[in-house]
Design a protein around this ligand. Structure first.
Ligand SMILES: Nc1ncnc2c1ncn2[C@@H]1O[C@H](COP(=O)(O)OP(=O)(O)O)[C@@H](O)[C@H]1O
Ligand SMILES: [Mg+2]
Length: 233
C-alpha cells in the first residue's frame, strides 16, 4: 500500500480538491484507493457523504488515529491511502507526513502560498519523507502565454531548487461544480481539461510512488496536454 498526504498551511489552497479528485481518479483507473479526512472541518466528508460507496471510500480520522487507520487499510488490501489534512500547525500535520510515501504541498501561485509551501517542504524533508509542490488554481494562459504569476511561481520554486510536480492545476469552475454535486471532475466531464490534468497528475504521482503507470482509463485527448505542464529549463 502507498500513502499520499495532501497538505498546505493555507486554507483554500486546494488540499481537499486535490485529495478528493485524486482519490476518485485513482478508483476510476482501477486502483483501490480510499480517502482519510484528517481535517476537523470535514470538507472531504461534506463533499462525498452523499455517495453510495461513501462508507468504503472515506474515513473520518484525526492525527492521533492516523497510524492505526493506515495499518487497518494496509490489512484490508487498500492500494492507495490519500490523506486530506487541515491547515493546522505543524504538529497536527506531521503525523500524516510520517506515514506518507509522498507528500503533496498544494499552493496557489501567490507569494503567501508559496512561502507556506516552502515551509511544508522543510517539514517533509526534516521528517525524512518525499515531497512535491503542486500548483493549483493557476489562471488560464492567454494566447498560449502563461500568466506572470504562474511563471514567477515556477521560476521561484526552481530557483530555490524545490521539487515541483510537472503537472499544475488551473483555476476552473468545474472543480467547484463537481464538489457541489459530490463528484470528481472526471465524473462531470471525462474528456474535459480538468479531467485531463487530474488524470495526468494522478499518473505522475502514482508512477512516482509505485513505479507503475496506472491501468489507463485514458481518453483520446489525454496526450494533448490540456493541463499546464511545467517543464524543467
Ligand atoms: N483548481 C481550482 N479551480 C477552481 N476552484 C478551486 C480549485 N481548487 C480549489 N478550488 C475551490 O477553492 C475552495 C477551497 O478549496 P479546498 O480544496 O477546499 O481548499 P483547502 O482544502 O486547501 O482549504 C473551494 O471552494 C474549491 O472548490
Ligand atoms: Mg480542505
Amino acid at each position: 500500500m502507498k500513502t499520499l498526504a495532501v497538505m498546505s498551511r493555507k486554507g483554500g489552497a486546494g488540499k481537499t480538491t486535490v485529495a478528493v479528485n485524486l482519490t476518485l481518479a485513482a478508483r476510476a483507473m482501477g486502483v483501490r484507493a480510499v480517502l482519510a479526512d484528517a481535517d476537523p472541518l470535514r470538507s472531504a466528508h461534506e463533499v462525498l457523504k452523499g455517495r453510495e460507496e461513501a462508507p468504503s471510500l472515506l474515513f473520518e480520522t484525526s492525527a492521533s488515529k492516523l497510524f492505526a487507520l493506515t495499518e487497518a487499510c494496509r490489512r484490508s488490501g487498500v492500494e492507495l491511502l490519500i490523506i486530506d489534512t487541515p491547515a493546522a500547525p505543524e504538529a497536527d500535520v506531521a503525523e500524516a507526513v510520517k506515514v506518507a510515501d509522498l507528500c503533496l504541498a498544494v499552493a496557489r501561485p501567490t507569494y503567501l502560498d508559496l512561502a507556506a509551501a516552502v515551509m511544508s517542504v522543510a517539514v517533509i524533508q526534516r521528517l525524512g519523507r518525499e515531497g512535491q509542490i503542486v500548483l493549483n488554481q493557476c489562471p488560464p494562459a492567454r494566447a498560449g502565454v502563461e500568466p506572470p504569476s504562474v511563471l514567477k511561481a515556477f521560476e521561484a520554486l526552481r530557483f530555490a531548487n524545490l521539487p515541483v510536480a510537472a503537472i499544475a492545476m488551473r483555476s476552473r469552475m468545474i472543480y467547484q461544480t463537481a464538489f457541489a454535486q459530490g463528484r470528481s471532475v472526471l465524473e462531470i466531464d471525462a474528456e474535459g481539461s480538468a479531467a485531463r490534468e487530474v488524470r495526468a497528475l494522478f499518473g505522475q504521482v502514482w508512477k512516482r510512488m509505485s513505479g507503475e503507470r496506472p491501468a489507463p482509463m485514458r481518453t483520446a485527448n489525454d496526450d494533448l496536454g490540456a493541463g499546464l505542464r511545467l517543464r524543467p529549463a
